[in-house]
Write a new protein. Structure first.
Length: 220
């Protein structure tokens, strides 16, 4: 399996969301950033919006919950049929139980770490998750600059995944573009969330192809 490119619709035109989701049909997943204006200082989509997106999206949904009280709300997103639901380690009291709930509902379970959060507590629990998301910006807003100082953590998680021999995807989100995707790939990422870099210009499909080539090491 090659690298996965999951465009973030945070960079899409919210008034033409169905059209903008259709424009990224060559990607692997649609990355949906759910923000509650509490866990992060921004407000985006909620459960109804994700349910509706699930009905019209040509691709499976990769839902990223940047919300407080995720123990209460996360399972609702899995029930929409989302392929993957990622919650923040900083927002849950019971990450393992929550991941098991999501898996029982048919979603892949992901755990996300803010730039300042250590991966250490989760390295022995990797079998409980399908994906680890290492944030490469502070969560909350699109268009921020990639933080290279998060790469040692990314490499640490990759090493633990390899050592455990588990099939856990390693995702990066934040400031991913043609100039940074190779840095993240070299540190061990295999799943890349990109917003502005995909929707910039008027040809998301060729932007996705360029990102995929860079993440595969096939730059021209």
């Amino acid at each position: 399996m090659g690298p996965r490119i999951n465009p973030s619709i945070l960079a899409a035109d919210f008034a033409n969301l169905e059209r903008d989701v259709a424009r990224i049909s060559t990607a692997d997943f649609v990355h949906v950033d759910v923000m509650d204006n509490h866990f992060v200082p921004n407000l985006t989509f909620g459960l109804q919006m994700v349910s509706r997106l699930q009905e019209v999206s040509p691709l499976p949904l990769d839902v990223h919950l940047m919300i407080s009280d995720v123990d209460r709300w996360a399972s609702g997103y899995a029930k929409t049929g989302a392929a993957s639901v990622t919650f923040h380690a900083e927002a849950t009291e019971r990450p393992v139980e929550l991941a098991r709930e999501l898996r029982a509902l048919g979603s892949r379970a992901g755990i996300a770490l803010k730039p300042g959060s250590s991966a250490e507590p989760y390295l022995d629990l990797l079998t409980e998750f399908d994906q680890v998301l290492v944030m490469t910006v502070e969560p909350g807003f699109g268009g921020q600059s990639f933080m290279p100082e998060t790469m040692p953590k990314l490499a640490q998680v990759r090493q633990a995944i390899s050592a455990a021999g588990v099939d856990v995807w390693l995702q990066v989100d934040g400031g991913v573009d043609l100039s940074t995707i190779e840095i993240a790939r070299d540190a061990g990422a295999d799943t890349f969330v990109a917003g502005s870099a995909v929707y910039r210009g008027d040809d998301p499909a060729s932007n996705i192809a360029a990102l995929r080539a860079a993440a595969s090491g096939h730059t021209h």
